[in-house]
Design a protein around this ligand. Structure first.
Ligand code: PLP
Length: 421
């Protein structure tokens, strides 16, 4: 039985009748449950083991795994523990006892489909930091060549470029962007204006983790491409939240992870490099295929012994996500995120650091309450509602993420807690 069929059975999607979204009424389009269909989303919530007496609002750090993900991992761990003697090592990429030597074509094909790439353009990594470091370390830049980015990048995205600058004399330049951001045009203008004749690369978060701002990456990549500048996007916060289409975006490279919004086990990520740019990236973690260009994605995926059960969990998380449907997942995340923002914006003591333009927001809301530090607000949420958003430090309040395992009552209770402070 395929894992896809198992998920269908476990959720019971096949037996549920869905009201149609008004925008989805074209013939041939599958029926979609609306983002506020409580019965449907309760059924999805039941697929998670999350304790009922606590509320999880922090998949921006690490996600909650659906039960099917955990079951798949346990089953495979058990299989290895029991039957490892069956393994007559053949080096034929079909064995599933250890990862790191297998080309993982099945999983890479699923990942490629999710982001509209080819499997050969996908390497499996352990996280976003790996992928960003692979590109930073692997690309050839001369002393004085410039990489530009914003002043709101995550250390896992930017540190590889800092290291390169210190070691090789390249320039890593951060460009300040507002927080909150006001519009896509504003951010586009700031980034494009920062380009100089020395700029060889633009590295940006697709979605800024400290504000939830979705950057106008398609427009920036188009301009960079005209000028021959390599574009690298950090998608740590996007996969499993908003749709990614690397062809449409037009970037040269994109990294992401599955352990935040996709609900996969920790230690799962990917790196996409467009086929014609793969040759520009030297291997960083080198094993036997370090200089083998027959399957470029495999060159990076081969990175020494790793855990296959983790990959079984990862694959189950993709099947689960696809079974619900990426657009449906996004619609629910956005619906809950906007409900939270709309509710909190009515409170004059709440200051938002997420963008003012809703088209730049999805499931991440960053805000503070006048007179409180982020740690105090985080603590108040726990004390009053056993709710777990994440502090952003003294000034920036909390990052409050909404996902498909959350519901309207939790959002309304969170708003009531803030109003009571
Ligand atoms: C924008 C961004 N980049 C990179 C990272 C690091 O991700 P990972 O821990 O998967 O390496 C994070 C983690 O929160 C992030 O938000």
């Amino acid at each position: 039985m395929t894992s896809r069929r198992k998920v269908i059975q476990s959720i019971g999607l096949a037996t549920m009748a869905w009201p149609m979204l008004s925008t989805e009424s074209n013939a041939g389009t599958p029926p979609m449950p609306v983002a506020d269909d409580k019965e449907y989303w309760k059924k999805i919530r039941d697929q998670f083991s999350l304790a009922r007496d606590k509320v999880f609002f922090n998949p921006g750090t690490v996600g909650a795994m659906p039960k099917v993900v955990v079951d798949k991992m346990i089953a495979h761990l058990q299989y290895i523990a029991t039957d490892v003697a069956d393994w007559a090592y053949k080096d034929d990429n079909k064995e599933e006892f250890i990862s790191g030597y297998n080309n993982l074509m099945g999983i890479r094909t699923k990942v490629a489909k999710l982001i509209n790439a080819d499997a050969g353009e996908i390497a499996m990594t352990d996280n976003v930091t790996n992928g960003m470091s692979y590109v930073a370390n692997g690309i050839t830049l001369q002393p004085g060549d410039e990489v530009i980015t914003t002043d709101q990048e995550h250390s896992g995205g930017q540190s590889g470029f800092m290291l390169k600058a210190k070691r090789y004399g390249t320039i890593f330049r951060t460009v300040p962007i507002p927080k909150p951001a006001h519009s896509p045009q504003e951010l586009y203008d700031i980034i494009v204006k920062a380009i100089t004749p020395k700029t060889k690369m633009i590295m940006l978060s697709h979605m800024i983790s400290g504000s939830g701002a979705i950057l106008p990456v398609k427009e920036i990549c188009a301009e960079a491409s005209k000028r021959g500048i390599f574009t690298l996007l950090d998608g740590a916060q996007t996969l499993g939240q908003i749709r990614i289409d690397v062809r449409d975006i037009g970037c040269d490279a994109y990294t992401g992870c599955f352990h935040k919004w996709m609900g996969a086990p920790a230690g799962t990520g990917f790196m996409y490099v467009r086929a014609d740019r793969m040759k520009d990236i030297w291997t960083t973690v080198a094993s036997g295929r370090w200089d083998n260009h027959e399957d470029e994605g495999f060159r990076f995926t081969q990175r020494g012994t790793g855990s296959f059960p983790i990959l079984k969990g990862l694959e189950a998380s993709i099947d689960f996500h696809n079974e619900i449907g990426p657009d449906r997942v996004y619609a629910r995340i956005k619906f809950l995120g906007q409900r939270l923002r709309d509710g909190l914006r009515a409170n004059k003591k709440v200051k938002f650091y997420s963008p003012l333009d809703e088209s730049m927001c999805a499931g991440i809301s960053v805000y503070n309450v006048e007179g409180l530090t982020g740690a105090q607000l985080q603590e108040a949420y726990w004390a009053k509602g056993r709710m777990r958003p994440r502090s952003q430090g003294d000034k920036w309040g909390v990052r409050h993420c909404t996902h498909i395992f959350n519901n309207e009552d939790e959002i309304d209770k969170a708003i009531a807690i803030v109003n009571s402070l």
